[in-house]
Design a binder for this molecule. Structure first.
Ligand code: C2O
Length: 563
């Protein structure tokens, strides 16, 4: 009898691991009152939690999330890094794949998770609301945790870095839009929603991780901050990086992690330090010069279970805020782990794009009553993206409705200049002017797209984390200064480049990405610094249908939000 029971259990677990399941959630978006930094605030949150609920799924599963908007704001939710194969209607960016879910309304997102494993996340994709509307989305291998290409960790813990304002974030954003300037800086950063006890009134608002001596922990680190990249360390411990952006990497050992908004890093950490209390800490990585920024440190505490120590935690020595060499070292050292059956780098390129990215200036708009002269803007190939207002791009694309957008996003910048030479640029102020437009890049189904992302020094240099929806891309090379086709092509890693959904393009430098456009639909690509998204550091790919029903975008679901 016992043996029969055992057999049944084994069959159950094997079956459970192999068969695709349906993972269903209801997300109630509404007001939540929380205490932070000595003050009581009303924030927008999902299911009364901050950060919101974690979604756990296995590769192959179907995810269904019923989003019910009980908040006072228009809402959309995006599943960051999910391919959305033939389910672009569920992707979530406001006015790109859907109109907002207005207060009192609801929308059910349904998608399959195919061919990706690791740490992703979900967040609001309208205005600045992702400051508090976000959570982790964890995909385990179909066969369960023994499908990892590394020894199964003892425990897995999400580490979500966030950014906190004492003011209502919608007010912060509106003020910036009206003035045409930069938004007020944040008041703190957070780890799993907690600022940590170096901040005022925060000893109770400190994330704590209890560890058992000798065990391995997988930290699933997510940068959900809005406008800042981060350095992350744990005193007394080193990490082995095994994945980024839900793509496995070759093991990479480091004691410091650089992570940009939109990126994730899976880091194995062995609890092998002398039993004591240790701080984990994150500080902003500031790649731009001469700006004011939130220079606070967020912390959590790693406590050894066996430790009788009541001593204060040991603080890691952090890099300088502007330690660009350390950031570049981390970002450029990672190598992808190509497993059998995985897509390798496509070698024939159909679409060669060279795209400048950076800041600029635009005439004040009608919604900017407090703007004087020019407003801050940002652009790709000098197009500062303008979001449509009448209809989502995906709906216009699907129904062939003219007048919403044009399919003429340029493959090259309008003029060639010395992109990263600050003094030459300063001598030619005309370079600062951008032109607004809703211009899309149309590509054929299955085309291979290569894009050189070239940072400019217009209004200063900065590292821009560029995120693409609907795909992962290979990061073939990155470097400083101006990209030089004849010499830099030789640096391409075509064998095991990192595969990511967000690349931190080096400050004053460039990165080359390549992907196959095998997912028909309309996919936004943008800087994941929230303020730059607002300023127009955005473009959109319009990917045509393939020749068969299984390569054609199906119709929208019945409850699809229109405007
Ligand atoms: Cu994480 Cu378009 O976003």
């Amino acid at each position: 009898m016992a043996r029969l029971l055992l057999l049944v259990c084994v069959l159950f677990f094997v079956g459970y691991g192999v068969n695709a399941a349906v993972v269903e959630h209801t997300f109630n978006v509404g007001n939540l009152t929380v205490q932070r930094l000595c003050e009581s605030r009303i924030i927008t949150a999902v299911n009364g939690k901050f950060p919101g609920p974690t979604i756990h799924a296995h590769e192959g599963d179907t995810v269904i999330v019923h989003v019910i908007n009980n908040s006072p704001y228009n809402m959309t939710i995006h599943w960051h890094g999910i391919f959305q194969l033939l389910s672009g209607w569920a992707d979530g960016p406001d006015m790109i794949t859907q109109c907002p879910v207005v207060p009192g309304n609801r929308y059910t997102h349904k998608f399959n998770i195919t061919g990706q494993e690791g740490t992703l996340w979900w967040h609001s994709h309208i205005s600045i609301l992702r400051a508090t509307v976000y959570g982790a989305l964890i995909i385990r291998p179909r066969s369960g945790t023994h499908g990892y290409p590394f020894p199964k960790p003892y425990k897995e813990v999400p580490i979500m870095i966030g950014e906190w304002w004492n003011a209502n974030v919608v007010d912060v954003e509106n003020e910036a839009i009206q003035s045409g300037g930069a938004p007020n800086i944040s008041d703190a950063f957070t780890i799993n929603g907690q600022p940590g006890d170096l901040c005022r009134c925060s000893s109770k608002h400190t994330y704590k991780l209890e560890v058992v001596q000798g065990k391995t922990y997988m930290l699933r680190i997510i940068n959900a901050a809005l406008n800042n990249q981060h350095f992350y360390k744990v005193a007394g411990h080193t990490f082995t990086i095994v994945a980024v952006d839900a793509s496995y990497t070759m093991p990479y050992t480091t004691d410091v992690i650089a992570i940009a908004p939109g990126q994730t890093v899976d880091a194995l950490m062995v609890a092998n330090a002398p039993p004591a209390n240790y701080y984990m800490a994150a500080i902003p990585y500031i790649s731009a010069a001469n700006i004011i920024f939130d220079n606070t440190t967020t912390t959590g505490i790693v406590r050894y279970k066996s430790s009788p120590s009541k001593a204060p935690p040991i603080m890691p020595s952090m890099p300088a805020f502007n330690d660009t060499p350390t950031a570049n070292q981390f970002y450029s050292s990672l190598l992808g782990l190509i497993k059998p059956g995985m897509q390798t780098v496509p070698l024939d390129v159909d679409e060669h794009m060279f795209v400048t990215i950076g800041l600029g200036l635009a005439p004040c708009g009608p919604n900017q009553p407090k703007c004087q002269g020019q407003a801050l803007a940002a652009s790709m190939n000098n197009v500062s993206f303008q979001f449509p207002t009448k209809m989502s791009l995906l709906e216009a694309h699907y129904k062939n409705i003219p007048g919403i957008y044009t399919s003429d996003f340029p493959n090259n910048p309008p003029i060639t200049f010395d992109y990263t030479n600050a003094s030459a640029i300063a001598a030619n102020p005309a370079l600062q002017s951008t032109a607004k437009g809703t211009r899309l890049k149309r590509v054929k189904y299955n085309a291979t797209v290569e894009m050189v992302l070239q940072n400019t020094a217009i209004l200063g240099i900065e590292n821009h984390p560029m995120h693409l929806h609907g795909y992962n891309f290979f990061v073939l090379a990155q470097g400083l200064g101006n990209y030089n086709a004849s010499s830099d092509v030789k640096k391409y890693n075509l064998v095991h480049p990192q595969l990511r959904n967000t690349v931190a393009v080096p400050a004053g430098g460039w990165a080359v990405i390549r992907f196959r456009a095998d997912n028909p639909g309309v996919w936004i690509m943008h800087c994941h610094l929230d303020v730059h998204l607002t300023w127009g550091l955005v473009t959109v790919f319009e990917v045509e249908n393939g020749p068969t029903p299984s390569t054609t975008l199906p119709p929208p679901p019945p409850d699809y939000p229109t405007c």
